[in-house]
Design a protein around this ligand. Sequence first.
Ligand code: HEM
Length: 181
Amino acid sequence: MYGLVNQAVADLVRSTFGEDAWSEIAEKADADEEYLPMDPYPDAVTYRLVAAVSAHAEAEPAAGLESFGEHWTRFTGREGYGSLFDQTGRTVREFVGNLNRLHAQVKLGFPELTPPRFDVLDREDGSFELRYYSEREGLAPMVVGLLRGIGQHTAEVVEVSQVGHRADDGHDTFIVRARPV
Ligand code: HEM
């Protein structure tokens, strides 16, 4: 993944546990401490970093990924993508409907991007079904954190439950309900 992602992991660790913890985690993950945002790195580096962060926090890997997803929305909002966020949607529902376009826009600057794809289906009770397609394994918990993070931008409380797993049907399925704080 692009170095921007690893920078976001570093930023989360530094702001939560401090600089020394980041050095320790990078060493345990057999990874560099610094990354260039626009350079692609092997996915394995990101996976090792996230696993080492979870171990450091004595959290389950899924919880680590969820925190990372939530942090990604803060980090990209600060790192020059704030206006892209504002254009993408004023509600979580609107935002997820534009996620494929958001990544298409991002790909203009990151040509080797392998973005996820999302399909959204509205339900009668006001919630919606979100289908997440990825070439990568195991990132569903990150999507949960990302949805909560979008809610922080749109001032909504987000309830998410995963109802389908890749192993069953090739994509992850979530039921999402967002309501104003
Ligand atoms: C302006 C904000 C955003 C930027 C700049 C951005 C950019 C990126 C980048 C650089 C990657 C790594 C992919 C690669 O290197 O091949 C990525 C992956 C990903 N993004 Fe975004 N993204 C943004 C917002 C979001 C949001 C709000 C979501 C919410 C669901 C999201 C969902 C994901 C997921 C799930 C991945 C993991 C890759 C995969 O599933 O294969 N992104 N994004």
